[in-house]
Write a protein that binds this ligand. Structure first.
Ligand code: SER
Length: 315
């Protein structure tokens, strides 16, 4: 990668990804785009262009002007939001994706888009979920993610577009809070621990899901994009994960730092139902083998990093 356009640059992943790319590749070699310009990140605010990913002409125009060699397509709605408005989810997640793949095809760009643990469903093996396995999700988000993975394979095989992707687990960050995801509790719990010393969790205490710290997620994207194409046999999305954790596990880890921390449960049936169809832990050995994926943050380190940062941020 030398010159990169990003969609969804102000989203959960996009914000920190854009920041890191500007640092590594130079501010002028990164073009952040999103549907709004609302950010307090000065470097991004100075460069950002408005782009609704459903607008192919605008996307094509920005690419023609900026002349990137890579597109990182991050714009998407998360799982619980997709369930609220499934047709809007289809429109943004699928039409946005096909537009981004089309500009990649026309302008010969390297391409990345994230898939998710949400691409699995009830009939998927729940533990150590293999790279290649049953993917029959029953959520609109999952339907979008599986369709997206298939489209990436199609564009690679049919048109030779250099498509790459990962199946992200729940991502944890103190900079950008997620919105409308099923794994959001794993971020909220840290914010509330610092703000109020207690948290009401919307998932049951023993719901295990894969999680990862945002720095590992951003590094994974860059590492995958910098890998020699001949090393990669998977063009839809690689399983990646750092930890498998439950609300109860986060609670006990946070309690080591904040002994009075309290957690109650008020389960949201919509998000619980989504979580119950997702794996408890996925197997990321192919990512390790093919491009050296190696997360640096375990539960202990994530907890300490989040609490230390939030103590300063929320002071
Ligand atoms: N974090 C996402 C969500 O909960 C999963 O990819 O929707």
């Amino acid at each position: 990668m030398k010159r990169i356009i990003i969609t969804g640059a102000l989203g959960q992943i996009g914000t920190e990804l854009t920041d890191k790319l500007m640092d590594l590749y130079g501010v002028d070699n990164v073009l952040p785009t999103d549907v709004h310009k609302n950010t307090d990140n000065k470097l991004i605010a100075d460069k950002i262009e408005i782009l609704d990913v459903r607008d192919f002409e605008r996307m094509d125009e920005l690419v023609s002007e900026f002349q990137p060699d890579t597109i990182l397509h991050m714009a998407a709605l998360l799982s619980a939001t997709c369930e609220k408005d499934p047709l809007l989810a289809w429109d943004i997640n699928m039409n946005g994706l096909v537009n981004a793949l089309e500009v990649a095809r026309i302008h010969n760009l390297k391409f990345f888009t994230p898939s998710s643990i949400g691409s699995f469903g009830d009939s998927t093996p729940k533990k150590n979920t293999p790279q290649t396995t049953i993917q029959r999700p029953n959520t609109m988000y999952g339907v979008n993610k599986v369709s997206g993975e298939l489209l990436c394979d199609y564009y690679y095989e049919k048109f030779g577009v250099d498509t790459r992707g990962v199946r992200f687990p729940g991502l944890i960050s103190h900079i950008k809070e997620p919105g409308g995801g099923t794994t959001d509790y794993a971020v909220d719990i840290f914010f509330e621990a610092i703000k109020t010393g207690s948290y009401t969790c919307f998932l049951e205490e023993d719901t295990y899901l894969d999680m990862m710290y945002i720095d590992d997620a951003v590094d994974a994207i860059i590492q995958l994009m910098e890998t020699d194409p001949s090393n990669l046999s998977i063009r839809n999305a690689f399983n990646i994960t750092a930890i498998s954790a439950s609300p109860k596990l986060f609670y006990s880890e946070i309690k080591k730092h904040i002994p009075d921390f309290k957690v109650e449960y008020d389960v949201d049936p919509v998000r619980q139902k989504i979580a119950d169809t997702w794996p408890e832990s996925i197997d990321s050995s192919e990512a390790k083998k093919q491009w050296g994926f190696e997360p640096k943050y375990d539960l202990e380190k994530i907890t300490k990093t989040m609490l230390d940062a939030l103590k300063v941020k929320l002071k």
